[in-house]
Write a protein that binds this ligand. Sequence first.
Ligand code: ADP
Ligand code: MG
Length: 282
Amino acid sequence: STIALSDLEKLHVLGHGNGGTVYKVRHRRTSSLYALKLLSPTASSDDRRLLTRETDILRRTSSLPSPHVVLCHSVFHLPSGDSAILMEYMDSGTLDTLLRRDGPFPESSLSDVARQVLHGLSYLHSLSIVHRDIKPSNLLVDSDFRVKISDFGVSKVMCRSLDPCTSYVGTCAYMSPERFDPEAYGGNYDGYAADVWSLGLTLLELYLGYFPLLGPGQRPDWATLMCAICFGEPPEIPGDASAEFRSFMECCLQKEAGKRWSVKQLLSHPFVAGKGSELSDL
Ligand code: ADP
Ligand code: MG
């Protein structure tokens, strides 16, 4: 049965982002909970474009969903001309919320996170979708510690022509070196490797408790970040990390896209392979 917007009762705000707000909502008749993403009335035309892009991508993923990509139930078309996205509600928020609440993650949890995000990325890449904004606040979690990729505002469907993806839309902090400078770091650049870089930074942030390219408490600005990403060494991995975890992050955090491991290769890396509940990864 399809759900109408009028069947939903707004409960509270789950999160704000670029021009949009995500609400927790309840279906009146069934009491089922959902997340509803709406543009705010003051949203710019750029924000509107991002939401349109997101609905396009979600439509591509809805026919055969992945357990590691947030499920989109429907897209509503509002009288204003804007769209609203009804998604499954993830009851533990994001990896960013968990980091702020509970502090850094142990390696065993990070192995779970890495494997699940890799499965989600493998699915997206198989549909020619590059996410381009993998970071803790775009990785949703539920109370069973199931991790799902969300927020497709700046994602891109790759076409055959090589597009260096040089738009700076989204968060530049997690952006890979080749997205700033395709000539220096692109190599056999295919776009997909950018998500692997962002995954590496995300895992390192969850391990350290702060964003790895800046010191603890350092304020991010575009110029500092671009210099750190393009001219700096890859972020240093702390000495107390296990050999497997260190190796995994080194495979993700190669500055040259061509040297970075692919999602498929990483899925067989000892840090993630043969561990955890493989059943949940189907
Ligand atoms: P933006 O493009 O504005 O960053 P997101 O889709 O990332 O939008 O959503 C913003 C925030 O809303 C997220 O960081 C998260 O805290 C919350 N959120 C989004 N979707 C869900 C969901 N399905 N379940 C629970 N919380 C969500
Ligand atoms: Mg987001």
